[in-house]
Design a protein. Structure first.
Length: 234
């Protein structure tokens, strides 16, 4: 799984939903608590998945069923996004939670396989750097909303272009340190942009779920690129 995952999500950014029932509003404070809680819970789930993937039983299962496991995680992640999207459009909290659980579990398992490639020192360093970047650019997204709103198109275009370049370089067997650096810069921008979107969205539980996944993917992609960068220096 990689950055392209975020393009499977279709945002509903308008202040009023055009279709479906009227959203059930909650207080802005509760919305912020839920948003933060869902983001943190996503990483707790990923940590639990990482523990499971490190067991002998899981490694044995993975060796015996690599294709089925890969397809299952991919389909589960996509299905989770779709169910969450439907739940959001219909203001159905149960559907939203089911989609959230399905996505975070399958995506958490796929990501935890990457963590197994690095030692704890590298993971700790990447985690600390990710936390610092999140604080800085999250605050920037709130303080400079117009700037991040204007650069949305640039960020998406640059990310797609880098993804294509990465595929070409992988085929040619060329080192990709500069690609990691460029993607890190781009996801710093996405963090600011998605924090801005989340802070101005209609305060509903469905929106808290939706934007939590957006921010989770931003942070996770940033974390993985930092892991790759720091791991390459060891």
């Amino acid at each position: 799984m990689n950055e392209v995952e975020r393009y499977g999500q279709q945002p509903f950014d308008g202040p009023i939903y055009r279709e479906g029932p009227a959203p059930k509003l909650i207080s802005r404070r509760l919305y912020n608590v839920l948003l933060t809680g869902f983001v943190l819970l996503s990483f707790v789930i990923m940590a639990a998945c990482s523990y499971i993937t490190g067991t002998y039983e899981f490694m044995l299962f993975m060796l015996r069923n690599p294709f089925a496991l890969t397809i299952g995680m991919l389909v589960g992640s996509i299905a989770g996004c779709i169910v969450m999207s439907i739940g959001r459009s219909k203001e159905s909290l149960p559907m939203g939670l089911i989609g959230y659980a399905l996505f975070t579990l399958t995506f958490g398992f796929s990501t935890s396989l990457i963590l197994g490639m690095y030692d704890m020192q590298t993971i700790s360093l990447a985690f600390s750097a990710t936390a610092g970047i999140m604080i800085v650019f999250g605050a920037a997204g709130i303080m400079f909303p117009q700037f991040f709103q204007r650069i949305q198109g640039v960020l998406i275009t640059a990310l797609i272009a880098l993804f294509v370049v990465q595929l070409i370089l992988m085929f040619l067997g060329v080192g990709q340190t500069f690609i990691d650096l460029a993607v890190i810069v781009i996801f710093c921008g996405f963090i600011g942009y998605d924090v801005f979107r989340a802070s101005t969205a209609v305060p509903t539980v469905s929106n808290a779920l939706w934007y939590a996944i957006d921010l989770y993917l931003d942070i996770l992609n940033l974390f993985i690129r930092l892991l790759s960068l720091f791991g390459r220096r060891d």
